[in-house]
Design a protein around this ligand. Sequence first.
Ligand SMILES: [Zn+2]
Length: 259
Amino acid sequence: MLTDVIDFMVTRGVIISMPRSRDDSATEEMVFEDIPVKIVRKKVKNLRITVHSDCTVRLTIPKGCDPLDLLEQKRDWIFDKIENNRILRERCESRSDKMLLFGREFSMQLDTDLKKGCYIDTATMTIHYASVADFIKFVKKALEDRLGQRICMIASSMGVSGRIGNIRIKKQRSRWASCSHDNNLNFNIRMASLPLKFFDYIIAHELAHIIEKNHSPRFWAIVERHCSNYRICRKHLKEYWVLCNTNVYWKALIEQKKN
Ligand SMILES: [Zn+2]
């Protein structure tokens, strides 16, 4: 129930503050799908949307114009811009000593005090690990947990829950995931590098193969029904593939013989 409420709020956007107007313009701040948006209302002929490099959005609109309608109309464009900015920024700022995990960067610390396992210090964004094997186990478990939850939900909404074969995490060389003829699903361990928002597309894609074993227009129509922004996801996944494969920790993790 709580999730429904949050989904509703996230989908429609929530105005979080409305500062007093100054001169003839009025500003509001809101959150739209986790994106901070500043709305400036003034006498303008043309609406303007700006996506800043820090991934905040500014709308300049006339009084009486509904910002939510505009944000929803331009949702894909905004999402696209933000992702491009974020990836570009990450590429510039990313240092080779950072581990990419679920879209965030962590420092890695081999911790000799730890007998086994791993833990994340969120204050310093550091992953402490007892051994590389323990770290890989930790990544796999975290990925399994997140995949498990989303597969369950998406499979049930697609009506394919009873038709899924085995689900495995592998280290495929060239794909994020695959679905075999007998509906076994293989997900790439590299998915643990991705922001969670891309999981639904990858999962919906593979589950759609349970219904359609091809990439026909019928297949893409099923994907679109369950992931309306799949085109944007596909584009960004290509970039993340490169990002992941150039990351020093991911390269080491993939090259590990046993995990
Ligand atoms: Zn496919």
